[in-house]
Design a protein around this ligand. Structure first.
Ligand code: KG4
Ligand code: ZN
Length: 338
């Protein structure tokens, strides 16, 4: 069964054709990085306009590369929440038009569910239940994935997301957008014990994250050094900072796995591309006998193949939207109403 998938929640316009939730027949991504780089971050209005410009060609290319026409497609999956509202609306409206003209079903897909589903493409044997750490630009969740379409949040950030924390520190260090990726690269040969960062404490809320204190500590340290005319060693600073963020993520995830009795830990979202995060989880999961999964690098960031993967499982579970489908800037992963 072939699903045509569309993704436009942030700054990538993407379309893909995915068979049976696991096999990617095509995956096209038009990245807007060059347009946003001058602003140091995503400008929502520019993102929406660029999606509108790119989406028709991106979808046409995805069908062409998969050697498909709409008659080969069973259903259209589209990211409808959460994300930048103007950006989401472009994908949702395009999918609605296509559904109307082709008569194919419309399947609303939650963005974070699709990040988790990227793992079904990389690991053909992976099946729920498992525990997932979902770390993106806007979210940091520990999710109990009970089935392909049933989710329970068991830990979350009380303030900033891990990705936001990476991006802001990168920006303060003068690294170009996209911050997290460039910080990871710049920190590659750095000494992770060179700089000291506070250990966030979240009293009374089990399995919660808090990243805003770490982010503020980093930004303040950079500004103070600038004022005093002191040099910051970017590699060492980056490595120490990433190590502090990763420590929070690994500690709580392992604690959650032990608490829930999960055997499998699945990383998902843009931050799961981080090299230190992957290496640390590899080491700890080996020590504590958990099976570890994370997506191949090209599926960690936003793409439509993962939307096609989740869209397939949502569709076979009976999830279909009408032509009144709306987009939502926020939406919990466990409810995903539409
Ligand atoms: O999932 P994603 O592509 O978009 C959202 O849904 O938000 O995640 C983007 C986030 C950004 O904060 C970006 O800086 C971060 O993922 N990111 C990384 C790396 N690659 C992307 N953070 C750390 N290390 C990386 N290699
Ligand atoms: Zn994302």
């Amino acid at each position: 069964m072939k699903i045509l998938a569309i993704e436009s929640s942030c700054d990538e316009t993407a379309a893909a054709v995915v068979e049976d939730g696991r096999n990617v027949l095509s995956s096209v991504i038009a990245s807007q990085v060059d347009a946003h780089i001058v602003y140091g971050g995503v400008v929502p209005e520019i993102a929406s306009r660029m999606h509108a410009e790119a989406i028709s060609n991106v979808v046409a290319q995805a069908l062409e590369q998969a050697e498909c026409t709409m008659s080969d497609i069973e259903a259209i999956a589209v990211t409808y929440a959460p994300g930048l509202i103007g950006a989401l609306l472009i994908g949702v409206n395009f999918a609605k038009g296509l559904s109307m003209s082709s008569g194919k079903s419309l399947v609303p897909v939650h963005h974070l569910r699709s990040h988790i589903a990227a793992n079904y493409i990389t690991h053909k044997e992976l099946e729920p239940p498992f525990l997932s750490l979902v770390v993106s630009g806007g979210h940091s969740h520990i999710v109990n994935v009970k089935s392909y379409t049933e989710f329970e949040i068991i830990g979350r950030t009380l303030d900033d997301a891990a990705g936001e924390c990476m991006d802001k520190a990168a920006r303060a260090l003068g690294l170009p957008y996209p911050g997290g990726l460039n910080l990871d690269k710049a920190a590659k040969d750095g000494n992770p014990t060179a700089y000291k960062f506070p250990r966030p404490k979240v009293d009374g809320v089990d399995l919660a994250f808090s990243f805003s204190g770490l982010k503020t500590a980093a930004v303040n340290a950079i500004h103070n050094a600038k004022q005093k005319g002191e040099e910051i060693n970017i590699a060492d600073f980056g490595a120490s900072y990433i190590s502090a963020v990763v420590r929070c993520l690994t500690e709580n995830t392992l604690k959650a796995a032990e608490k829930t009795g999960a055997k499998k830990i699945v990383l998902a979202g843009g931050v799961s591309a981080n090299s230190v995060l992957r290496t640390e989880f590899e080491k700890l999961c080996k020590e504590h006998s958990f099976e570890l999964y994370y997506p191949e690098l090209k599926l960690c960031g936003d793409n439509a193949a993962m939307v096609g993967a989740q869209g397939y499982f949502e569709y076979i579970s009976g999830r279909k939207a009408g032509l009144d489908l709306n987009a939502y800037a926020t939406m919990p992963i466990d409810k995903a109403d539409f």
